[in-house]
Design a protein around this ligand. Structure first.
Ligand code: K7E
Ligand code: CUA
Length: 666
């Protein structure tokens, strides 16, 4: 334990040293010369710069760096010491080609979370070319997402009506432990939601606003068959959160939620002590392991990092299901909530719902290794990774006895990934490195030993998640690793004070050779995590299949095109679209009419999208071949409005127009 104490102190010192260097090195003196002028509100306290730095260092690497990125220019070189060995290569000297020639395709799909942009991005590996973006919690004009009735209603009704989300953890659905290519699930940290993306159409098709929680941070599917989507309610809040009890820690709670992947309904929740950060599951469907901070259960942030220990929580899914089936729950807002706090009756005896495992203070990520034997819990404020033996966790009396190793890997360990050949790779936020280490050696070494570390690779700069190919499966493919670096600093042409992130591609091969940094890729704010699937596991549609929406929406042919008056103030306009004309050259409605426009793209070929823009009515649809979209709007003002196609679809694309005539109602 004294080892951990010293480590934490060393970490805080090191972090403060770096920040001091940073502040001295800022180029524009106008921004920092007036020391007294600097203050910010943190946890309700007015803090001077020195206080802020201390608070930032103590409150955690990620939050401190986030605050810095917001109030300073880029970190100077001195903030990223490269003093631990090989110095790192800056380019590909050995010729590990990642470029994909024109006309050739990538080997892997990469699904990137988009952070507070709210979207998912599809990036090809190894080229790192961006292939597509899928709007999820955001609206996206280019795809008409959040403009047609269906997606607008999903965002407003099930989605809770928020205009943005903060997605961190994309997950692919599994059958028998293999990616089945059906769905991607992702959390919204900002508003406590989980969304589902249909991988046939690469479109978001469902969102659930998880009851009783403010934030869903950690998010994972339960391996091996996607029985649930599991979400960590990160922020403790009073339950019910109705303005009473705001200063009573006993009334605050954090909830671990299970969502049904088909119905997207929240089927149960578990009340726990301490905050919940990140979660992963074992490979056999029994264990879910979540990292946890604020075991102090402070309700103000200053109190959240007092103690030197926190814990990981190990959820026994079948035991939780049994408790729910036995009716041992309280129903809150329609969801059965079982009590998994430490003192709960349900945690007594041999089959507790939740096992609390002591770890160094404020751990960050949890990833379960490919063989399912260990959960790897990165230390964040401790320079170690705690390995939890999942074969033992159900057997031992004291869950701490299931700690199988704790290698010291470097400063600010956040996330771990795997090559399938016995190596783990951990991102070091403070050291700006990736540490590669030997898993079995770590299991045999003393706790806190750095002997298992094989090699370190500099990255630029301050990595969060790192991911190797199919590292979250039982059979990782090695070869490439991506380091998602929070700061790009000086790596690209400057583009103003909001810098891009930097996603770096690193060749790892089968793990036997040295890591090699191969490419930098600027990333729009702000990816957190990514997940890779071999191209053979994903099978997207090239056009829509109208049977998939039969009964929900019509398929409008040229012959069906026309205007139907529903009542005095409502009309239904139906039109087809094809190269290069709409099913009607004009249509007439009355001033004040509510217009429902239903349009089908009747093209049978791929890649011919038609758009519908109606000037001055905020109407914008994007319709793929064989798809139908609907939009409802009000024709407020009499006049002529030129409807036009927004997708460049043919030589006569500019001529693809129609007139909406709005007659005065007199
Ligand atoms: Cu480390 Cu939300 Cu996975 Cu960001 S989280 S980095
Ligand atoms: Cu249809 Cu342009």
């Amino acid at each position: 334990m004294s080892e951990d104490n010293t480590d934490t102190e060393r970490f805080v010192e090191e972090h403060e040293r770096q920040i001091n260097d940073l502040l001295q090195d800022v180029e524009d003196p106008a921004q920092t010369s007036d020391d007294d002028g600097f203050s910010m509100q943190l946890g309700g306290l007015e803090l001077g710069r020195r206080d802020f730095m201390k608070a930032g260092a103590a409150a955690g690497v990620a939050s401190a760096a986030g605050a810095l990125a917001g109030c300073q220019t880029a970190l100077p070189d001195s903030a990223t010491p490269n003093d631990s060995g090989d110095g790192g290569s800056q380019g590909s000297s050995s010729g590990h080609g990642h470029l994909v020639a024109p006309g050739e395709k990538d080997e892997y799909y990469g699904f990137w979370s988009g952070g507070h942009s709210g979207e998912i991005r599809i990036i090809g590996i190894p080229s790192m070319r961006e292939l597509q973006r899928i709007p999820v919690f955001n609206t996206e004009a280019a795809r008409g997402y959040g403009y047609d009735d269906q997606t607008t209603e999903m965002l407003e009704n099930e989605g809770g009506g928020y205009t943005w989300g903060d997605n961190h953890h994309p997950n692919l659905s599994e059958t028998d432990g293999e990616y089945d290519g059906e769905y991607l699930y992702v959390n919204d940290k900002a508003n406590g939601r989980i969304a589902r993306v249909n991988l046939k159409y690469f479109e978001t098709d469902a969102i659930v606003d998880v009851p009783n929680v403010q934030s869903v941070h950690g998010c994972t599917v339960l391996s091996p068959d996607t029985k649930y989507i599991l979400g960590n309610g990160e922020f403790r809040t009073p339950l019910p959160n109705d303005g009473r009890d705001v200063n009573d820690p006993d009334k605050y709670t954090a909830l671990f939620s299970a969502v049904d992947p088909e119905s997207m309904e929240t089927v149960w929740q578990v009340k726990v002590d301490g905050n919940l950060d990140i979660v992963d599951t074992g490979k056999e469907g029994r264990w879910a392991i979540a990292s946890c901070y604020n075991s102090e259960e402070a309700v103000e942030i200053q109190g959240m990092t007092h103690d030197d220990r926190d814990y990981a929580k190990v959820f026994d899914i079948p035991a939780i299901e049994e408790a729910v089936d036995a009716g041992e729950y309280e129903e809150i807002n329609g969801v059965p909530v079982v009590d998994g706090t430490r003192d709960s009756d349900l945690n007594e005896g041999d089959d507790p719902l939740v096992r609390y495992v002591s770890t160094p203070k404020s751990p960050h990520c949890v990833e379960v290794g490919p063989d399912g034997k260990y959960a790897f819990i990165a230390g964040k404020l401790s320079p170690t990774v705690t390995m939890l033996d999942l074969d033992k966790i159900g057997e031992v009396d004291d869950p701490s006895d299931a700690v199988a190793g704790r290698p010291k890997v470097g400063l600010g360990p956040l996330h771990t990934t795997f090559d399938g050949n016995g190596h783990a790779y951990t991102s070091l936020f403070i050291d700006s490195q990736v540490a590669k280490w030997d898993i079995e050696e770590a299991a045999n070494a003393e706790l806190g030993s750095s002997d298992p570390v094989i090699e370190k690779q500099d990255v630029h700069y301050n990595p969060g998640h790192i991911q190797a190919l199919e590292a979250m499966t039982t059979d990782p493919d090695g070869e490439w690793l991506v380091s998602l670096n929070k700061l790009s600093k000086d790596r690209f042409l400057p583009v103003g004070p909001i810098h891009p992130d930097n996603d770096q591609l690193i060749h790892i091969g089968d793990g036997e050779k040295e890591m090699e940094l191969v490419a930098d890729h600027p990333a729009y704010p702000e990816p957190h995590d990514c997940i890779f699937a071999h191209k053979d596991k994903i099978d997207p549609a090239t056009t829509w299949d109208r049977e998939d929406y039969e009964g929900e929406k019509p398929f409008v042919t040229e012959e069906d095109s026309g205007v139907e008056r529903i009542d005095e103030e409502t009309v239904h306009v139906k039109a087809s679209s094809k190269r290069s004309e709409y099913g009607m050259f004009d249509f007439t409605v009355k001033e004040g009419d509510e217009v429902r426009l239903t349009m089908t793209n009747v093209e049978g070929v791929r890649d011919i999208i038609h758009g519908v823009a109606i000037p001055e009515h905020d109407v914008n649809l994007a319709i793929a071949p064989q798809d139908t979209r609907e939009v409802t709007f009000t024709a407020d003002d009499p006049g002529v409005y030129w409807i036009y196609c927004t997708y460049f679809c043919s030589a006569l694309h500019l001529e693809m127009r129609s007139r909406m005539i709005v007659e005065p109602r007199d």
